[in-house]
Ligand binder design. Structure first.
Ligand code: PBG
Ligand code: ZN
Length: 320
């Protein structure tokens, strides 16, 4: 007789036929570093996530090292912003300084550097602006300069998140020309114009001051276009790709996994984190159970690695 339940009857047999696993090595933890001294500043919409000044960041790095999380994704919050986002490609910018500090103390920790201008521009857009238009080609040299500057500071992986067309090609040749032929590009290839980034923009102070990001980030309605975006980034030289957000876009993740052989990374973004934390704080859901279920679901859908604000918690549960 057909009985699916034969393989579910006890934990040993369930473990034996389990198809997917989440491991500490799957996790990438985002980190916010802010200019200034003695700062550990909470982010209201992201419980347990903080902005750290460099002199305070070791507190967080020790936890990451102890948890054996292999990689961080670093975001800098500068003191000054201008029209052209010059803090992004300043060799003494906040992100560059933080990377040098971390690399020296924790050489084995992989540092993934987000490349974008929105944290550094006074208007909060990811590229140069003229007459309320976000300029594509004029932005590319600045993104390239940013990538080179971050690589010089010690970043192990460059992750462009701006969604300008042609940035992977521009960044690849700039890295190569400057002797960084071995620095991989992890491109935010399928990045949607999403409401789920709200809490991040509080954390990074990067909300656009006018309009929105719909003229460069993708329309949430478009799945086929996401595959073409990924294809294009791979042709331009991307070594790995990011799908973002993660949970509402698992169809894209799953298709990308089927279509391409490269590492696929899911970005479980700030709004996804905030929703889980809010419900958990209200006692409406079991946080550990829900978070681990989200993680295994991303693995099942095809994620090789997961960028998540839950990383320290997940590592704690897995290591326990
Ligand atoms: C910068 C960037 C954003 C996120 C990562 N890099 C914000 C945005 O595009 O507005 C969002 C991450 C998150 O929500 O956790 N472009
Ligand atoms: Zn941006």
């Amino acid at each position: 007789m057909k009985r699916f339940r034969r393989l579910r009857q006890n934990e040993n047999i369930r473990n034996f036929v389990c198809e997917n696993k989440i491991d500490v090595n799957d996790l990438i933890y985002p980190l916010f570093v802010i200019e200034g001294v003695n700062i550990k500043s909470p982010i209201d919409s992201m419980p347990n996530i903080y902005q750290y000044s460099i002199d305070r960041i070791d507190e967080e790095l020790q936890k990451i090292a102890k948890a054996k999380i292999p990689a961080i994704l670093i975001f800098g919050i500068p003191e000054y912003k201008d029209e052209v986002g010059s803090g992004a490609y300043d060799d003494n910018g906040i992100t560059q300084k933080a990377i040098r500090f971390i690399k020296e103390k924790y050489p084995e920790l992989l540092i993934i550097a987000d490349v974008c201008l929105c944290e550094y521009t006074s208007h909060g857009h990811c590229g140069l602006v003229r007459n309320c238009e976000i300029l594509n080609d004029e932005t590319l040299p600045l993104l390239s300069k940013t990538a080179v500057s971050l690589a010089k500071a010690g970043a192990d992986i460059i992750a462009p998140s701006d969604m300008m067309d042609g940035r992977v090609c521009a960044i690849r040749s700039a890295l190569d020309d400057n002797g960084f032929i071995n620095i991989p590009i992890m491109s935010y290839s399928a990045k949607f114009a999403s409401g789920y980034y709200g809490p991040f923009r509080d954390a990074a102070g990067s909300a656009p001051h006018f309009g929105d990001r719909k003229s460069y980030q993708m329309d949430p309605a478009n799945g086929r276009e996401a595959i073409r975006e990924i294809e294009d980034d791979l042709n331009e030289g991307a070594d790995m790709i990011i799908i973002k957000p993660a949970l509402a876009y698992m169809d894209i993740l799953s298709k990308a996994r089927e279509c391409f052989g490269i590492p696929c990374i899911a970005y479980n973004v700030s709004g996804e984190y905030a929703m889980v934390k809010a419900a958990a704080q209200n006692g409406w859901i079991d946080e550990k159970r829900i978070v681990l279920e989200n993680m295994i679901s991303l693995k099942r859908a095809g994620a090789d690695r997961i960028i998540t604000y839950h990383a320290l918690d997940v590592a704690g549960w897995l290591n326990a």
